[in-house]
Design a protein around this ligand. Structure first.
Ligand code: HEC
Length: 158
C-alpha cells in the first residue's frame, strides 16, 4: 500500500477566491432582494388601476398612471424596446399611440402570441423583426393600461 504524501496547504491562495465568491453571492442576494421589492411595490402601485378603462381619444394624460407605466416599461419592455434612439430587438415605440388604436396596442401587449398569429399587422412585424415578442410572466390589464399611459405621454398625450 502506498500512502499519498500530504499536499501543501494552499489556504493562502484560496482566501481571495473565497472572498470573491462570498462578495458575488452577497451582491446577487442584494440585487435579487431589490428586484423583488420593486416588483411588489409596482404591483401595489397598479392595484388602484385594475378597472381603469382605455382613455377616450384626446383625454388628458393621467400623470400618476404614466409614472407607474414608466416603471412597468423599464422593468418589462426595455430589454427589447426603446422609445426612441437605436432600435433594439423590437421596434422603437415613439409615435405608437398615433400609429395604432389603443385597443390594438393593449392586445399586442397582453397577447403577443395570438396577435402575431392572427393579426395581419402583428404578423408582418414578426416577419420583419424575426423575433417573437414575449413578456416574461405576462401582462395583466392594469400593467398594460399603465404602460399605454406612459406611451401616450411620450407621444404628447394623444
Ligand atoms: C422579447 C422581446 C420583447 C419584449 C420583452 C417586449 N417586446 Fe414588444 N415587440 C417585440 C418584437 C420583436 C416586436 C415586433 C413583432 C414581433 O416580432 O413579434 C414587438 C412589437 C411590439 C409592438 C407593436 C409595434 C408596432 O410597430 O406596431 C408594441 C406596441 C410592443 N411591442 C409593445 C411592447 C411593450 C409595451 C412591452 C413591455 C410590456 C413589450 N413590447 C415587450 C419584442 C418584445
Amino acid at each position: 500500500m502506498t500512502s499519498t504524501p500530504p499536499t501543501a496547504s494552499k489556504s493562502g491562495g484560496s482566501r481571495p477566491v473565497a472572498f470573491l465568491a462570498v462578495t458575488c453571492v452577497a451582491g446577487l442576494a442584494i440585487w435579487w432582494g431589490l428586484r423583488v421589492a420593486e416588483q411588489r411595490a409596482l404591483e401595489e402601485a397598479l392595484l388602484p388601476y385594475a378597472e381603469t378603462a382605455l382613455p377616450a381619444p384626446g383625454a388628458p394624460v393621467d400623470a400618476a398612471l404614466a409614472d407607474v407605466g414608466a416603471r412597468v416599461f423599464e422593468a418589462r419592455c426595455t430589454g427589447c424596446h426603446a422609445v426612441r434612439g437605436q432600435p433594439k430587438l423590437g421596434p422603437n415605440l415613439a409615435g405608437i399611440t398615433l400609429a395604432r388604436d389603443l385597443p390594438w396596442i393593449r392586445s399586442m401587449v397582453t397577447n403577443p402570441d395570438s396577435m402575431t398569429r392572427a393579426d395581419p399587422i402583428a404578423r408582418a412585424l414578426l416577419q420583419a423583426y424575426g423575433v417573437p415578442m414575449q413578456v416574461v410572466g405576462g401582462m395583466d390589464g392594469s400593467a398594460a393600461r399603465a404602460v399605454i399611459e406612459f406611451l401616450r405621454r411620450a407621444d404628447g398625450g394623444v
